[in-house]
Write a protein that binds this ligand. Structure first.
Ligand code: NAD
Length: 247
């Protein structure tokens, strides 16, 4: 088992890509802390799947954009499992609007969850990883952080910021044997993209060399790779999982 004996904390793991990562971690032998902010029933479903694979799942409700809640999330992982090997900063939201119409609260909410949330959780988790002299941090960015998108200035800024954060954290934590990488998914079939019209989905798919939207499990496979031993000499990188959308 590729992640045997490891413990992973996955933020925003109640559905979508985070849920797929939690399941893929369990399938690879890791125990998982499933963070969610609302919709506990969804998180319970993911936990049941993890347990069905013979791994431990612990649920923890926390809004990662609040530093004290991110701290409690990490403290709870350490007290529940006695260790924390892998952190996946996956929690994310969109609040799309054209620049001139974007409200302050749309900007702030998106930056606070997608970027500050990753900082809050990384700062909280890094201490125990430094002590253990081993750790893996994986930040879920986006193709939008690489190429921008009209109507998503807040999201593009947060996801591009997350790439800068990944590189800085990789430099700081590398000497402690902690790798920090980002994954940049393309358009993936989750709730976040469910609201797009068929016409928009078709237009987006046309930009994808592989000609279709991606599945959450296809992102999760890349996260599992980065979390395990095969990726031990990879840090500060951005791995696009986008069917060739950004070349
Ligand atoms: P989703 O909406 O299905 O899931 C988002 C998850 O984040 C949910 O579990 C939600 O509860 C959680 N979350 C939201 N705010 C939170 C908060 N303050 N604290 C803790 N958890 C919070 O979306 P998804 O598509 O699975 O997105 C997962 C990640 O992947 C996000 O960071 C998103 O930006 C990124 N991403 C998604 C796509 C895509 O096409 N779906 C593409 C690129 C990047």
């Amino acid at each position: 088992m590729y992640l045997s004996g490891k413990v992973g904390v996955v933020t925003g793991a109640s559905r979508g890509i985070g849920g797929a990562v939690a399941r893929a971690f369990a399938a690879s032998g890791a125990d998982v802390m499933i963070n969610y902010v609302s919709r506990a029933q969804d998180a319970l479903t993911v936990a049941a799947d993890v347990e069905a694979m013979g791994r431990r799942a612990v649920l923890f409700q926390a809004d990662v954009s609040r530093p004290e809640e991110a701290n409690r999330l990490v403290e709870n992982a350490l007290s529940s499992f006695g260790r924390l090997d892998i952190l996946v900063n996956n929690a994310g939201i969109t609040r799309d609007a054209l620049l001139l119409r974007m409200k302050d609260e749309d900007w702030e909410a998106v930056v606070n969850v997608n970027l500050t949330g990753a900082f809050n959780c990384t700062r909280a988790a890094a201490r125990s990883m430094i002590k253990a002299r081993w750790g893996r941090i994986i930040n879920i960015s986006s193709v939008i952080g690489l190429m921008g998108n009209a109507g998503q200035a807040n999201y593009a800024a947060a996801k591009a910021g997350l790439i800068g954060f990944t590189k800085a954290a990789a430099r700081e934590l590398g000497p402690r044997n902690i790798t920090v990488n980002a994954v940049a998914p393309g358009f993936i079939r989750t709730e976040m993209t469910a609201g797009l019209s068929d016409a928009v989905k078709e237009r987006l798919s046309e930009r994808v060399i592989l000609g279709r939207l991606g599945e959450p499990e296809e992102v999760a496979d890349a996260v599992v790779f980065l979390a395990g031993d095969a990726a031990r000499y990879i840090t500060g990188q951005v791995l696009s999982v986008d069917g060739g959308m950004v070349l």
